[in-house]
Design a binder for this molecule. Structure first.
Ligand SMILES: Cc1cc2nc3c(=O)[nH]c(=O)nc-3n(C[C@H](O)[C@H](O)[C@H](O)COP(=O)(O)O)c2cc1C
Length: 362
């Protein structure tokens, strides 16, 4: 059995250990979606993780769902990532860009272009989102036309090319957590009557076409896919989860860098996917939500059980830039400050102390 401290190969991406920093939106990019020097500091501080998955990055303007989220749809955005990826590489880490198109999740008041969101079908998400004017109901999206679906897939391809140009080691397509690809997968959000809606084959088409197109562009060994079966976040209600994901996984090219599961309280589904999927698997283990954030002990256990090849951790990487070192030494962990997660500056972002800083302070 493997340990967290052993190297692993995800397709074309070789990493020095099996810790993965989970993708986390921190909303500190510029209002035009550029990465900043502070973001370079933040990610490089966490380069002890074998692999960092970046925060969600919109592949086109309409895919933006939150204020100050970064983009990869212009050349200048691509270039803004170079200092980030260079610093991570200097520290011996690897980093992939998570391409996150939010679809119907968002609000026109959040974006520079005040655009209306798009979705498979014109169905408004129940719930609210945080805006400059406080919490607001999600706004009604409009349904994408077939031509717009094809254009969106091309935008993913361009964003993947920009990611490689900006020095990323690969990309992760976010097909979970109720964002656009998930909105196509789930039957409550996809009520299309054409070849992108209805049957499981049709609902998986959008995700599979993105995977195929970006793989053609940058090589399958640099492409990961994140899914979150059973996750109801962002008003998703899947009624055929087991059949849906088993069809999706069986149709995926097996030479992808990795498949990444955000587990939503269903270990049975993760087990079933492990059996079906022959490629590398990264797990964000949440067998029971009440267990709280993924700990190194949980990560170690799922590796020992051969449930996956790498384990992603979110909250603990926010609060512990040197999480891997702390895990190695079995050292105490910092607490996370919830109030500084989204937006703002260095506070709660790049100022969490490492072990040596803690030692100096004593
Ligand atoms: C502040 C924050 C932002 C997040 N943003 C994203 C995101 O952009 N993309 C994504 O796939 N998941 C996102 N997540 C979910 C995490 O990747 C992860 O699945 C979740 O935090 C559970 O793992 P944990 O218990 O180790 O924190 C976010 C989580 C947090 C805490």
């Amino acid at each position: 059995m493997h340990t967290l401290f052993e190297p692993v190969q995800y397709g074309s991406i070789a990493t020095s250990n099996r810790f993965v920093m989970a993708p986390m939106s921190r909303n500190r990019a510029t209002k035009h979606g550029h990465a900043t020097a502070l973001m370079a500091t933040y990610y490089s501080q966490r380069a002890g993780a074998g692999l960092i998955i970046s925060e969600g990055i919109q592949p086109n303007q309409v895919g933006q769902g939150y204020m100050n989220s970064p983009g990869l749809h212009t050349l200048s955005q691509a270039k803004s990532w170079q200092p980030v990826t260079d610093l991570v590489h200097t520290q011996g880490g690897k980093i992939v860009a998570q391409l996150m198109h939010c679809g119907r999740i968002g609000h026109p008041s959040l974006y520079p272009s005040a655009h209306q969101s798009v979705a498979p079908s014109a169905i408004t998400a129940q719930g609210q989102t945080y805006t400059q004017d406080g919490m607001k109901d999600f706004a009604p999206p409009r349904a994408l036309t077939i031509d717009e679906i094809h254009a969106t897939i091309s935008d993913y391809v361009q964003a993947a090319r920009y990611a490689i140009m900006g020095g990323f080691d690969g990309i992760e397509i976010h097909a979970g957590n109720g964002f656009l690809p998930h909105q196509f997968l789930a039957n409550n959000t996809n009520q299309r009557q054409d070849c992108y809606g209805g049957s499981i084959e049709n609902r998986t088409r959008f995700t599979l076409e993105i995977v195929a197109a970006v793989s053609d562009a940058i090589g399958a060994g640099r492409v990961g896919l994140r899914i979150s079966p059973h996750n109801t976040f962002n008003d998703i209600a899947e009624t055929d989860t087991e059949q849906l994901y088993s069809a999706l996984i069986q149709a995926l090219p097996t030479d992808l860098a990795y498949l990444h599961i955000m587990e939503a309280a269903s270990r049975t589904t993760s087990d079933a996917i492990r059996q079906l999927w022959t490629g590398a698997l990264i797990l964000n283990p949440h067998n029971r939500w009440e267990d709280g954030p993924v700990t190194p002990a949980i990560a170690d256990k799922v590796l020992q059980q051969d449930l996956c090849d790498g384990v992603s951790l979110g909250a603990l990487f926010v609060a512990n830039p040197d999480l891997v070192e702390r895990a190695r030494l079995n050292a105490p962990l910092n607490d996370m400050d919830d109030s500084t997660l989204y937006g703002g500056g260095a506070k709660g972002y790049t100022d969490y102390p490492t072990l040596d800083k803690v030692a100096q302070a004593v």
